[in-house]
Design a protein around this ligand. Structure first.
Ligand code: HAM
Length: 425
């Protein structure tokens, strides 16, 4: 049997309902925040991710799905959303729009060739936002508040917000130099990956999962000692605005994030849920004031984040916060004979177009099995269509709970259900 590719999964049944519930709430929250929806292609030219996400990142160096298309172009399935949205911002000249900043959100699949495990897939979905055109720390705080408020609205209790700053370019370069000087005599005691990071991106040595317990890691220089005044003020203001929104957070100086484009604020939100496992980072993001320029646009500040949908749903499952949507059906139609089917589908169609959730038997069941099916579908009302109904245009409607019966004329069906189903709500 042909099986799904490793690291992917199918959506059906209850998981499909859970997904739609979360997606709808995301849209609701984004409307409240006044963000616009954007969608970019699933694949982009490989160069975009090399320049955007960073040549030396794990994502680009080890995890991309690359292919050459039939026109000999190097293409990559997007491993994350930011680079594509930045490309779109530049290509569509959004920087020239009258209303600034540009605030947008996206939802869709991303592809990373990672080792599949719980909470880590090769095809996974992200909801993310990007804000362009403002350097105000208020924007950083607003962006951090989005996942926090979304998680709260979904009912998640155990969340931990971690923030840090990487400072502006000047601070970051000074810090980088300090790290190089500090780690130089210890280079041989670092893991293989960190030895590579030493020359490519020494900041990433700090969030190494292998070396993080080493004494030299604990004594490493801290970014806070290398921040210039502007960077310090920016970070202080972000914290002030988070406090104004009563968002609890923790400053974690080892948080550097795995993508190259960040400047100033970086953050992650963890699920503090017992038994959740190691893939407990629900979302991550930060400011990227140089990325638009790197990708070929005019100098424009940016800040954003993305949350993994699968991890979010797992956290909701652990905390038992997914709604028990019974998805009851308003009306189930039973045509008793073949000749009644046309009238049956006509009525089904009219009722659906009038806003009722309506279904009709297509399995040619007998009446008893049809009532069983109506029960399985948690149906409120059943309409039985037999030869009498066909001839008289009067229908037997049965309340599936009380078993009460009504005789309703064709022309009064919609009004009848309008009254009844509204009453039930
Ligand atoms: P990221 O930290 O690489 O950031 O990914 C964000 C979130 O996507 C993670 O916290 C996690 O929940 C989820 N995620 C990542 N990889 C996987 C995977 N293999 N399987 C399941 N879930 C995964 C970014 O992608 C940045 N573009 C975020 C951003 C937007 N920064 C600024 N703007």
């Amino acid at each position: 049997m042909i099986q799904k590719p490793k690291g992917t999964y199918d959506v059906y049944g209850q998981y499909g309902k859970n997904l739609l519930y979360v997606r709808d709430l995301i849209q609701f929250v984004m409307e409240k925040y006044n963000y616009q929806y954007v969608r970019t292609p699933l694949f982009e030219s490989s160069e975009l991710f090399h320049r955007g996400v960073g040549e030396t990142t794990d994502i680009v160096s080890k995890e991309t799905y690359d292919f050459v298309d039939r026109g000999d172009r190097n293409m990559t399935l997007r491993p994350e959303g930011t680079a594509g949205v930045v490309r779109s911002f530049i290509e569509n000249k959004m920087y020239g729009e009258a209303s600034q900043p540009i605030k947008c959100w996206y939802y869709g699949p991303m592809y990373r060739y990672e080792r599949p495990q719980s909470g880590r897939f090769r095809e996974f979905y992200q909801f993310g936002v990007e804000v362009f055109g403002t350097s105000d720390p208020l924007a950083d705080a607003e962006v951090i508040s989005i996942p926090v408020n979304l998680y709260k609205l979904l009912g998640l209790k155990g969340i931990k917000v971690k923030i840090n700053t990487l400072g502006d370019n000047e601070s970051r370069l000074n810090y980088r130099k300090a790290l190089l000087d500090y780690f130089k005599p210890h280079i041989n005691s670092l893991c293989d990956d960190c030895q590579k990071r030493y020359s490519t991106n020494p900041l990433r040595i700090l969030d190494c999962k292998v070396d993080h317990n080493l004494d030299i890691m604990k004594k490493a220089p801290k970014i806070s000692d290398y921040l210039n005044v502007d960077s310090k003020i920016h970070f202080e203001m972000v914290q002030k605005y988070l406090s104004a929104m009563e968002i609890d957070y923790e400053v974690d100086e080892s948080l550097v994030r795995g993508l190259d484009y960040y400047t100033h604020t970086v953050f992650e939100v963890e699920a503090q849920v017992e038994g959740f496992g190691s893939q407990n980072v629900l979302c991550g993001g930060g400011r990227y004031d140089k990325l638009v320029e790197t990708i070929g646009g005019p100098s424009t500040c940016g800040v954003g984040f993305a949350t993994g949908i699968e991890r979010l749903i797992t956290a909701l499952e652990y905390e038992n916060k997914l709604p028990n949507n019974d998805n009851s059906l308003d009306i189930y139609i039973i045509p008793m004979t073949d000749t009644c089917k046309s009238l049956g589908i006509k009525i089904t169609n009219v009722l659906r177009m009038n806003g009722f959730n309506c279904d009709i038997d297509t399995m040619n069941r007998n009446i008893k099995s049809n009532f069983k099916q109506a029960d399985r579908l948690n149906t409120k009302y059943v309409i039985i269509i037999g030869d009498d109904e066909l001839n008289n245009n009067i229908f037997t409607v049965k309340d599936n709970k009380t078993k009460e019966e009504y005789k309703i004329e064709y022309n009064n069906l919609v009004d009848f259900f309008d009254d009844k189903i509204e009453e039930d709500v």
